[in-house]
Structure formats: structure tokens, C-alpha cells
Design a protein around this ligand. Structure first.
Ligand code: CU
Length: 448
């Protein structure tokens, strides 16, 4: 028997495919039937007394259902008496379940069909080439030039796209920072972008024009060029220097932003922002200018923030719905988290720092423009600065945002005086009761 291994392998693969087809299609149909059976059974249980078995087919269906449910005789008899209405439901004819298209077998088959199409096209092309060779009309250079020209066309389209990206979309992504430190970050960003763009353009020009310039041609021979130390040195040292400069530049900029002298830290307006799934809470210190302590162990349904009211600084702390800050004043944010890592991010301010459970991160900055001024500048009367969570923290992540309103100092003070305190009367009662219990426990303990 002249049956090569290769052919045998193909035969086995073909058989598997056929078996797969055989099983996959009826399985869709089966899903449909079982659905119909379920309807039939439920309908039948309602009308056990009235109905009669209409057709042999219904009876068979019912029997199968009965067996499937553990072979209970009662179930089988009950269902065999199914009414004509339930029989109608079965006879409605097969409808393709949209779920069919999500079946794994469907995608495997689709992939195999695509492979077959690609293989057929490849074979046709190779036959075409072969006939041209036989007719003596085959020119190996023509295809080469064609490929090289395609690369040049791609280069032109790509560079055009890069230009379009900067000219049209660049504007969407760019808006000048409205904080003092933001300008430094913007400078760094622009320098990095310029360097990256120069490298991007140069590399692509070299990459895509060389195949054209040095394509295979009649009478030319490839030049054997195995190694060149100078070139190796240049393309190792130059990027290393450029990257080191950029990294150091970033490092020093970040340090200058985050290393605030202690006197300035204390004189700033303090705001605490707590992230939790999926909201932010904002706490301002009261008249004392100090935010009270917080202890997660003290969290109760009423004191969801876990504020430690044993610390008297906490008594006058203020709860705010939005973040309101005065313009041209240094504000120090204390960023904390209740559950998992979130990220405190205000794009217009170039402010971003993670909210990490178990530790406090700080970001101090000075806004340079009020919301009103920004609305005028943007020509958008509804514009608002937004603080977003910039860590994908769960299903409600998109909901983690808060308005940041920058106002004049007078407006800020006025707003602050209208806000509610955290230490509400209910909390004061809870705190007093807890304290009383504590002292009772203490006295009992000391008596024993
Ligand atoms: Cu979050």
C-alpha cells in the first residue's frame, strides 16, 4: 500500500475535522432541544390533568426528560400527558441560538478555513511563478523592486500619519498646566517628545529606504560587511547618554517638586483625600489647621472614615463633597487609601500620586488659575478641573472622580465655613458611649 506517513497524517487530520463537524453541529441543535424540553416540562406540570399525548414524538421527548431527571416514573407519566400547547412549543422548528457563534468549535473551524484559503492562494501563486519560469518570462528582480517600492510607499504614509497625529490629535492631548510645578513637567515632556520624534523619524527613514536603495539588481553584488567597532560604539553610547540625561532630568524635576521644605509643608493648606472602592472622601482640618488622626480599627457604620476622636484635632475636621482650594496658595494633599491601591490624578495640574493602604503619600502644589478663569480661557462655561482615580481598581473605577474647584481666597474661606463637621451629634453620642464602656471595663479590671 503506497500510503506515505505524510498522507496518513493528512488523512487522520481530515477524519478528526469530519468527526468534529459531526459532533459540533448536532450539539448546537441539542442545546436548542433541551431548551424546548424545559419549556415543555414546565408547561406540562401546570396542565397535567387536562392534556393528552398528541404525538409519539412528544411522548418520546417526555420520556427522555423523565430519564434525564432520574428515571422517575411519575415524572414520565406526568410529562407524557403534556397539552397541545406545549407540543406546539416543541414543533416550532429549529431556531439558531446566537450563542452558537460563541462556540469554540466555530472559531477553530473558521481558523482552519482561513488557513486553507491562504494555503490555496499560496499554491496558486507558486504555480503562476512556475509557469512563468517554464515560459522563460520570470524576472527575479521585478518582485524585489516591487517589495522595495511598497516599503517606500509605507514610509511616506507612515510619516504623513505621524505628522497628522501631532498636528491634529496633539492638540487634544495638550493643555498647558495650571500649577507652578506643572510648567517644569511640561518642559520635560516637550523635550522628551522632541527627542523621541527625531529618533522615530530617522530610524524609519533608514529602515524603509535602505531596502529600496540596496535592493537586488542585475550586475550588483552584495557587499560583505561583517563588523564595525565605530558604528557599534556610536549606537551604544549615544542612546545611553541621551537616556541617562533624560532619566536624571526626570529625577531632579520630581525631587524639586516633591521635596518641599518643612516650613512650607506646615504653612500650606492641608487636605486629606481618602480613596476607597469606589469613591473619594475629602477631609479638611478645622480652625486648628491640623487633620485629626485616623485608625482603621475604629471604623464603625457611622464612622466609616475611622476617625480617631480621642485626638482632639479631629473634633473640628470638615467633610467636603468637592475639593475646593484657593488660587496661588500652596496646598498639601495627604493621600490615603482604605482598601486597595488607587491613584490621585488631576491632569490639568500635572498631579499624580498613588493612594496606598497603610501609608500616606503627599503632594504639595500651587494652582495658578481659578476655575472661572479656566472656563473663560477654554470658552466653555461648564468646564471643571477633575480629579480621577488613575489605577484600574475594580468594576466601579470609572466612578471615582471628584470636582476640583479653584477659587479666590475669600471664596474659599466662605465655602469652608458652610461645610459640615465630621464629628456630628450622633458620632459624639457614639463616642461618649464607647468611652463610658471603656472606663467601666477599666474599673472592673482594676477591681478584679
Ligand atoms: Cu480607584
Amino acid at each position: 500500500m503506497k500510503f506515505k506517513i505524510n498522507n496518513r497524517f493528512r488523512a487522520v487530520l481530515g477524519c478528526l475535522l469530519a468527526v468534529g463537524l459531526l459532533f459540533s453541529t448536532p450539539s448546537f441543535a441539542f442545546q436548542q432541544d433541551s431548551l424546548a424540553q424545559d419549556t415543555a416540562v414546565s408547561a406540562a406540570s401546570d396542565t397535567v390533568e387536562e392534556g393528552q399525548a398528541d404525538t409519539a414524538a412528544t411522548a418520546t421527548t417526555a420520556d427522555t426528560t423523565g430519564t434525564a431527571e432520574g428515571g422517575e416514573a411519575t415524572a414520565a407519566t406526568a410529562t407524557s400527558k403534556s397539552s397541545s400547547s406545549s407540543a406546539m412549543a416543541v414543533d416550532e422548528g429549529p431556531q439558531i441560538d446566537p450563542q452558537v457563534y460563541k462556540n469554540m468549535t466555530y472559531y477553530i473551524l473558521l481558523f482552519l478555513i482561513l488557513c486553507t484559503v491562504v494555503a490555496v492562494v499560496g499554491k496558486v501563486l507558486s504555480i503562476y511563478e512556475l509557469t512563468r519560469k517554464m515560459n522563460g518570462r520570470y524576472n527575479p528582480f521585478a518582485n524585489n523592486t516591487f517589495q522595495a517600492v511598497l516599503m517606500v510607499i509605507f514610509l511616506v504614509a507612515f510619516l504623513g500619519f505621524v505628522y497628522y497625529g501631532y498636528a491634529v490629535w496633539g492638540d487634544w492631548a495638550w493643555r498647558s498646566a495650571v500649577t507652578e510645578h506643572g510648567e517644569r513637567i511640561d518642559t520635560m515632556f516637550i523635550i522628551t517628545t522632541v527627542i523621541i520624534t527625531i529618533v522615530l523619524v530617522l530610524v524609519h527613514i533608514l529602515l524603509l529606504t535602505f531596502p529600496y536603495i540596496y535592493r537586488m539588481r542585475k550586475g550588483t553584488k552584495a557587499y560583505y560587511y561583517p563588523h564595525n567597532d565605530t558604528i557599534e560604539k556610536i549606537w551604544t553610547i549615544v542612546p545611553a547618554i541621551v537616556l541617562t540625561v533624560l532619566v536624571l532630568f526626570g529625577f531632579f524635576t520630581w525631587r524639586s517638586i516633591t521635596n518641599v521644605p518643612e516650613e512650607l509643608q506646615k504653612s500650606a493648606i492641608q487636605v486629606e483625600v481618602l480613596g476607597e472602592q469606589f469613591q473619594w472622601q475629602v477631609r479638611y482640618p478645622g480652625a486648628d489647621g491640623v487633620i485629626g488622626k485616623r485608625n482603621y480599627k475604629l471604623t464603625t457604620p457611622m464612622n466609616s472614615y475611622g476617625i480617631d476622636f480621642n485626638d482632639k484635632h479631629a473634633w473640628d475636621d470638615i467633610q467636603a463633597s468637592d475639593i475646593v482650594i484657593p488660587v496661588n496658595k500652596s496646598v498639601r494633599f495627604h493621600i490615603i487609601s482604605k482598601d486597595i491601591i488607587h491613584s490621585f490624578y488631576i491632569p490639568d495640574f500635572r498631579v499624580q500620586i498613588n493612594a496606598v493602604p497603610g501609608m500616606t503619600n503627599y503632594f504639595q502644589f500651587t494652582p495658578t488659575m481659578t476655575t472661572e478663569d479656566m472656563r473663560e480661557k477654554m470658552d466653555d462655561p461648564k468646564y471643571d478641573f477633575i480629579m480621577l482615580c488613575n489605577k484600574i481598581c475594580g468594576s466601579g473605577h470609572y466612578n471615582m472622580q471628584k470636582k476640583v474647584i479653584v477659587v479666590t481666597e475669600e471664596e474659599y474661606k466662605e465655602w469652608l465655613s458652610t461645610q459640615n463637621k465630621y464629628f456630628t451629634e450622633d458620632l459624639q453620642k457614639e463616642f461618649a458611649t464607647a468611652n463610658a464602656e471603656d472606663s467601666k471595663e477599666l474599673t472592673t479590671a482594676s477591681l478584679n
